[in-house]
Design a protein around this ligand. Structure first.
Ligand code: ATP
Ligand code: MG
Length: 235
């Protein structure tokens, strides 16, 4: 199937999953939100999401590509449309995964607090929300907008990441949980040394990116000539 047909199929599938999800809301106990720039989405994002889903018994994992993230220099990231479509392509075959366009549709800077509030409304308060983050993000949490309020709205599941010391992460989690009475849990996952920064660099240097991301996303990158220009290199 060519990439345009595949994309259409993936978008239809994602819409269908979103509709079913909304219809059966009352049956849903727990959802996980996986936020990120996804520039591009890769195998570590996907395998973490699936491992966490299974371990914590989530009814859904909702990927939320960031629109205009406050923590990144926007002139350097790929357009929201490409990042959203790559995320849809990467996830459509997993019935438990869906992609939300909530943040990418917004022109202004998006903050997680607003996204989680919107999900709370959408899913009524009956649904428990967990936000999944990697070790590097755990260390940045304290800088997030209205973090004290966010801790009241959702729990967090932190996962280790290669090259980030576990004791440092544990210390930060304990500190935050103590200070804010937050619920940040640390969960072991298979650690994969993959980052979007490295993938962007590899494309620029004409190196293989096979097996670092789904083949459909690899094809999308080449078809749309992403990451060839210098300004896409930094993370
Ligand atoms: P970049 O290099 O552009 O920052 P990234 O690979 O870090 O990209 P993001 O979209 O920034 O990907 O990450 C989304 C979320 O996934 C973050 O919480 C990040 O910590 C987590 N994450 C990404 N890659 C990994 C990995 N290999 N192991 C654990 N967590 C990861
Ligand atoms: Mg990152």
């Amino acid at each position: 199937m060519n990439i345009d047909n595949l994309l259409e199929k993936a978008l239809n599938e994602n819409n269908k999953k979103q509709r079913n999800n909304l219809e059966s809301i009352s049956k849903f106990g727990k959802i996980a939100i996986m936020g990120g720039t996804f520039d591009p989405i890769h195998i570590a994002h996907l395998s973490i999401a699936e491992e966490i889903r299974e371990r914590f018994n989530f009814n859904r994992v909702i990927f939320v590509p960031a629109g205009n993230p406050p923590h990144k220099d926007c002139s350097r990231i790929t357009s929201s449309k490409h990042r959203y479509l790559m995320t849809v392509l990467a996830t459509y075959t997993n019935p438990y995964f869906e992609v939300s366009s909530f943040e990418v549709e917004k022109e202004e800077t998006t903050y997680t607090i607003d996204t989680v509030k919107a999900f709370k409304e959408l899913y009524k308060d009956e649904t428990e929300i967990y936000f999944v983050i990697g070790a590097d993000t755990i260390l940045e949490l304290i800088t997030w907008k209205d973090i004290d309020k966010l801790f009241k709205l959702c729990s967090f599941i932190g996962v280790p990441r290669p090259n980030i010391r576990l004791d440092k992460i544990k210390k930060e989690i304990n500190k935050l949980n103590h200070k804010f009475k937050s619920r940040i849990y640390l969960s072991p996952v298979s650690q994969l040394q993959i980052s979007s920064t490295d993938i962007r660099r590899r494309v620029k240097e004409n190196k293989s990116i096979k097996y670092l991301l789904p083949e459909s996303v690899e094809n999308y990158i080449y078809k749309n000539k992403l990451y060839i220009k210098q300004n896409n290199l930094n993370g």
